[in-house]
Design a protein around this ligand. Sequence first.
Ligand code: SF4
Length: 333
Amino acid sequence: MEHLESKELRHDWTKEELLAIYHRPLLDLVFEAASVHRRWHRPDEVQISTLLSVKTGGCPEDCSYCGQAARYHTDIKVQSLLPTETVLTHAQKAKDAGSSRFCMAAAWREVRDNRDFDRIIDMVKGVNDMGLEVCCTLGMLTEHQAQRLQEAGLYAYNHNLDTSEEFYDEIISTRKFDNRIQTINNVRKAGITVCSGGIIGLGEKPADRISMLRTLANMERHPESVPINALARVPGTPLENLPKVDVWDMVRMIATARIVMPASMVRLSAGRIEMTEVEQAWCFMAGANSIFTGERQTLLVTPNPGVDEDMQMLQNLGLKPMPSKKEVSCSNG
Ligand code: SF4
């Protein structure tokens, strides 16, 4: 890999430039994205992140894609905050199975300064002590709460934009796009890395996809991690009958994200269960270098391939799990 500097990153992408990239002939687009990927990252490594729902369902928000919203009648079982020891056992198992990042998700609108948050702080400390990159997604966060998480050793905070600013109100009415940006800013100010991406297949237009990527790519610092999700159509939610996302749309989205945010980890996230191994290989070629696995073969509350299946896929493709950034920095002294 060439020595590349963050000053080479652009933060002034126009809508026209992004649209032109997204609509490029597919093979040209993938070729360029693969070239960018090879300049900035080891192309033979894929980060394995494990996602555990530490508090499930019963959420007061109305995100129309989400089975955890209390107002929709889904099969998802509400589960209060898991005990810290249970979470740490899951984290150790994830590490033993090859994960370098452990993400804990709670279906909350926002973090409250109460005993549950104190317990999350203990979980963060415990997972951090295992040498894993620890990530949380807990809803909206104040600057002070972000600071507490940072002091506990939080490596990353996930807060997706979900979709474009223009389309946002069609998908969620209980909060505003600006609230998302505010939380991301609070995370940044606390010195925690940012994980933020979105979902395609919500009924948005390509212009919305581009607008969402442009918001991310024109941030003062690109999110270190950019998850690209395909809608998982959860029965009982308002979006349950939308069509399956076309795999080429996923490939285009991943490739465009890779080109405009070359240093970021681009995560092939929800929706993998509906993709064949060949389709996932296209996503890796287009620059995805991270996947989520979940125990019990779920990604939060939607189906996902199991760890063994994923490890077999990586082996078939000649890819290997990426070591944790923390392990790399330790071994580099
Ligand atoms: S996506 Fe998050 S905030 Fe929205 S309903 Fe689901 S759990 Fe709640």
